[in-house]
Ligand binder design. Structure first.
Ligand code: 2P0
Length: 378
């Protein structure tokens, strides 16, 4: 086959992650730099993942295209364009340094990208994290980039912030970065509130150190489980991007959260995970979810992500923990009403069983709406 007809392909998958210390707020919307660090647990790919194939060829008519679950997407937005541009730049650098055995100039070929989720899109679960993580890794594989997962996370972050955490399995931190950079800390977050270490030349806050790293692999704490309770499959009323911008601009509670609470909780959460201390993990998870939603309520105008069923789920967790006399279940909610409940395998029948019994009718429990999932072993 002539080289200009050849089709190059690579496929990969990326899992969904659910934060236990929440990302909310951007200090730089263009580079998609967060106001505060965050930490998440990656869910099993058997349960929730995006599968993506990237292809390119000189024979493809342009422009680049992306299809998700069979539906063509508009990829002209700055987020997707930033990811594709950064990946192409890295490929072009490889090509220009590849003489005397030149690499094919894939960076100049149109891309065709197709993604499929193994969970119903209508399930109301955030798919942008797995989606951008899979897109970035598929194109990086297609281009045979020698980039580490951390380096790819820096690119995926620009597609969707939470996507950077889906490049890793297990327990994953996204460090805000920018400490000591000119203007980096003044947005109000981070332990390093002094902009620029004394005597040091202040660097630009360019996002080069805002990336994900693994705190511990899933095998470190293999008994961790997550129950996903889909309260509503509707698209959320206020998008994360718009919601967090409004919170940063108007909530006084948020400034304290970002500057003081999150840095402290990041350290405490790391310690809880490394010590496999479920009590500490669970308390921090619930408090951070509640604090995040409090800042949403403190936004002007207020943002309500939780609904009556969400609040009923909180009460079920409280009742389970009270009945047992210790904390065996922890709820968390993202920018929507759906609950994720973390627990240990030994409490599976108690936690999942109680939810099914107590919330079956309220949440319309079925296998689509309530499912127990493993933590990803990757
Ligand atoms: C999180 N969320 O840490 C938090 C908790 C929602 C609540 O990351 O604007 O879709 O694309 O960077 O990643 C949702 O925000 O936002 C999110 P963008 P993203 O998981």
């Amino acid at each position: 086959m002539a080289d200009d007809q050849k089709i190059y392909r690579a496929s990969t998958t990326a899992p969904v992650n659910i934060a236990v210390i929440k990302y909310w707020g951007k200090r730089d919307p263009t580079l998609n730099l967060p106001t505060n660090s965050s930490l998440s647990v990656t869910l099993s790919q058997a349960d929730l993942r995006t599968h993506t194939t990237a292809a390119c060829s000189a024979s493809f008519p342009g422009p680049d295209s992306l299809v998700i679950n069979g539906a063509p997407q508009d990829i002209s937005g700055p987020r997707t364009q930033a990811c594709l541009r950064l990946l192409r730049e890295q490929r072009a650098a490889l090509e220009s340094s590849s003489s005397p055995a030149p690499l094919p100039s894939l960076s100049s070929f149109p891309l065709r990208i197709a993604s499929v989720n193994n969970f119903p899109t209508a399930a109301g679960l955030a798919s942008s994290a797995a989606g951008f993580a899979a897109l970035v890794r598929a194109v990086a594989d297609l281009y045979q980039l020698p980039a580490s997962p951390a380096e790819l996370s820096r690119i995926a972050r620009q597609g969707s912030g939470s996507a950077c955490r889906s490049l890793f399995g297990g327990y994953v931190a996204w460090e805000r970065g920018g400490e000591g950079a000119a203007g980096g800390a003044e947005a109000g977050a981070g332990a390093g509130t002094g902009a620029g270490a004394e005597g040091a030349q202040a660097r630009a806050d360019d996002g080069s150190d805002s990336l994900a790293t693994q705190v511990a692999p899933a095998g470190h704490w293999p008994d961790m489980r997550a129950l996903i309770l889909v309260v509503s499959a509707d698209k959320k009323g206020v998008s994360s991007t718009a919601g967090m911008q409004a919170t940063v601009a108007t909530s006084e509670l948020f400034a304290t959260r970002a500057a003081t609470l999150v840095p402290r909780r990041m350290a405490q959460m790391r310690a809880a995970i490394l010590a496999r201390d479920f009590d500490a993990f669970a308390r921090l998870t619930m408090r951070d979810s509640n604090n995040f939603h409090a800042t949403c309520l403190d936004t002007e105008p207020p943002i309500f992500y939780l609904n009556d069923v969400s609040r009923a789920a909180i009460r079920v967790v409280e009742d389970i923990n009270k009945a047992v006399g210790r904390i065996v279940a922890a709820y968390t909610f993202d920018a929507g009403p759906n609950a994720v409940v973390y627990y240990l395998a030994e409490n599976e029948s108690l936690v999942a069983g109680t939810f099914k019994a107590d919330m079956g009718s309220a949440a319309g429990w079925d296998t689509e709406r309530g499912r127990a999932v493993q933590i990803n072993g990757g």
